[in-house]
Design a protein around this ligand. Structure first.
Ligand code: ATP
Ligand code: MG
Length: 625
């Protein structure tokens, strides 16, 4: 019964809350298979809070639904989230949604030096923006609402206690070698390591030293606490890994309470276990750590400090995309060196950047669904991401007219001073999105490249003698043009056919090949429009190129696209004047645009191009801006 319900849910992946565009069927993948097998076997049926009461415990206490999975998204708050994190968020929160489970947002803040509240806040915003929640309403009259937001640093007390248990049970020791000595004795992939001279210290001596480390009696680096496993293990991660180090540093959450801090590889499994995580999903580089993850939790379960079943670590391959970089280090460099305007620069692959760029959150969900989940490394073409954004925006955005490179068009037989309105649908396929009025007049702005004095072959737009339709308005015949002193076309002249207005019976009598957008010069509204493009001009920034000699090192910054943004003054139809920050539009024939959420003012929106209507970077195609 349970299994079939889950199955149905998987197949009929509920698109309504995402977007109509994501009506795609959720693809099944190996992680879903593991979860479904675990649920069918009742692996998690008896799970409840596994640690003893402690920080965070109250929030998890109370009756738990049986047979529920728990996943988590555990960012380190040391930078802004990027597109790779979006994949992980969609995966972890998406699985919890699909299987009626929970996903925890957990700040993995065990490193006091690099973490900041600013990043914590931005991560909370980004996960919410993507449309996910770590809060679950109360399930019954007496039940409490769940707030599954956690900080690893709240478990420091538990981690120290567990470390003392490892010492007491002979599974950990204090090593007093220098960092270099430890490195020298670690061995290599082909040679075993060498035991530390401090490895056989007595339990009492280890306990005494570890407590004095906690009291701050030693300087940074004087000692470390190491798990006692096997210096000859084929897996280097099992050669007595460090689990605690001395750091006299202030922490953003715990202040100066601690001067010992746990290593990530020690802290992470404990965080998962304390939070009752069933499936701990991470990227492939942690596969070699899994034996230590399991070793540690086994020892703690043996000692009665944790209950079974223990969380299971599952790895998948990280997202790699062409034309961008996704490493925090490189993103920080781009921001700090001023290659972009900040973390939220619309060209950066951060989620704050994407939001300003106008990428809809539903587009990320759709993308995550499309790229799927696997264990093999792959490089995804950036245009797949853009296609997902287009697909969502095509469904959701109202159409508007905007002229970005204006040329004056004068309709000589249209009465001067006369004005009228044209009715234009906001969406060609969605009458429910309504219509708006567009003022029309004798003088209009059209796009400069919609006119050619001497047309090339196959050119169907305006040229002397040719007929075109002005969208939602009349058919006009071009009669000629004027030039400025430099010889550049300054005004185009035409005559309109009064019986050809769109929506009137006469409209169909005139068959024309060109269909141009326009705005009325008297009513047009001038606004700054930023034409964003890709930040890098090659698929693998900093990567090897054909013909590179061996050993040539490239710098990803040399591949920055010099034309990644062009700022123009556009003439927009008046309906755009009151557009609200973050509202998205399709500018007909141009692409999708969004009102910039930072630089826009009431009545003075600034527009960012989100994505062009078609892929202009496709292989072989010329790159049109
Ligand atoms: P980076 O490698 O860019 O510095 P990170 O892995 O150090 O990122 P964390 O804050 O530790 O960043 O990541 C939080 C979660 O996001 C982790 O579970 C990590 O596996 C996942 N994640 C990070 N980058 C990617 C990616 N490119 N694809 C999928 N998941 C990712
Ligand atoms: Mg990391």
């Amino acid at each position: 019964m349970r299994a079939s319900r889950i199955k149905d849910r998987t197949v009929n992946h509920e698109p309504a809350s995402h977007s109509a565009a994501s009506a795609a069927i959720a693809s099944t993948h190996f992680i879903r298979n593991i979860i479904e097998a675990d649920l069918a076997a009742g692996k998690h049926a008896l799970r409840h809070w596994s640690g003893r009461p402690g920080p965070g415990a109250q929030q998890l206490a109370g009756p738990l639904d049986p047979a529920r999975i728990r996943t988590r998204f555990p960012p380190e708050p040391n930078g802004y989230l990027h597109f790779g994190h979006a994949k992980s968020i969609c995966l972890n929160f998406g699985l919890a949604e699909d299987y009626g489970g929970r996903c925890h947002l957990r700040f993995d803040d065990t490193n006091p030096e690099k973490e900041e509240q600013e990043y914590v806040d931005s991560i909370i915003d980004a996960v919410r923006w993507l449309g996910f929640s770590w809060e679950a309403p109360a399930a019954g009259a007496d039940a409490q609402a769940e707030c599954n937001l956690y900080y690893a640093s709240n478990y420091f007390g538990w981690m120290v206690e567990f470390a003392e248990y490892l010492i007491a049970s002979g599974h950990a020791y204090v090593d007093s070698q220098s960092a270099e000595e430890m490195r020298a004795r670690r061995g290599t992939l082909t040679e075993p390591g060498v035991d530390s001279p401090f490895r056989e210290r007595s339990v009492d001596e280890n306990m005494d030293l570890f407590r004095r480390m906690q009291r701050g009696e030693f300087p940074d680096g004087a000692h470390v606490l190491r798990a006692k496993i096997d210096m000859a293990s084929a897996n280097i991660n099992l050669r007595d890994p460090a689990i605690y180090r001395i750091r006299h540093a202030s922490h953003h959450n715990t202040g100066d309470r601690w001067c010992v801090y746990p290593m990530y590889t020690y802290a992470h499994p404990i965080e998962d276990a304390l939070e009752n995580i069933s499936h701990s999903i991470c990227t492939l580089e942690f596969a070699d750590q899994r034996p230590f993850y399991d070793w540690l939790l086994e020892r703690l379960a043996e000692g009665g400090l944790l209950q079974r079943p223990l969380p299971q670590q599952i790895e998948f391959s990280r997202l790699n995309l062409t034309y961008i970089v996704l490493s925090k280090r490189k993103l920080i460099q781009l921001v700090d060196e001023g290659h972009v305007t900040g973390w939220d620069d619309p060209r950066l692959p951060t989620l704050v950047g994407a939001r300003r760029r106008g990428y809809p959150p539903e587009g990320f969900r759709l993308f995550a669904e499309r790229v799927g989940v696997s264990r093999s490394d792959s490089l995804i073409d950036y245009s797949l991401l853009e296609d997902c954004m287009r697909e969502v925006l095509n469904e959701t955005t109202p159409r508007r007219m905007a002229v970005l490179d204006p040329l004056k068009l004068v309709i000589d037989n249209y009465p001067a001073g006369h004005g009228e309105s044209c009715l234009a649908a906001n969406h060609p396929l969605k009458p429910e999105m309504g219509r708006r009025e567009m003022p029309f007049g004798r003088e209009l702005w059209i796009e400069r490249d919609d006119f050619m004095e001497r047309p090339s072959k196959g050119y169907h737009r305006l040229y002397p003698g040719n007929l075109v339709r002005l969208r939602h308005a009349y058919v006009v015949r071009c009669t000629g043009c004027e030039h400025d002193p430099s010889g550049r076309v300054s005004v185009v002249h035409c005559e309109y056919l009064p019986d050809s207005k769109s929506g009137t019976p006469g409209a169909d009598a005139h068959k024309v090949k060109g269909n141009l957008h326009w705005v009325a010069a008297d009513h047009a509204y001038r606004a700054q429009v930023r034409l964003y493009d890709r930040l890098f001009s090659v698929p693998s920034p900093g990567g090897r190129r054909e013909g590179d000699a061996d050993g040539v090192e490239r710098d990803f910054r040399d591949d920055i696209n010099p034309d990644s943004v062009r700022v123009v003054d556009g003439w927009l139809e008046p309906a755009l004047k009151d557009a609200q920050p973050e509202a998205g539009f399709q500018f007909e024939r141009h692409g999708y645009f969004v009102v910039d959420r930072v630089d826009s003012r009431v009545g003075a929106p600034v527009f960012n191009r989100t994505v062009t209507l078609r892929d202009s970077w496709a292989a072989g195609g010329s790159h049109r801006r």
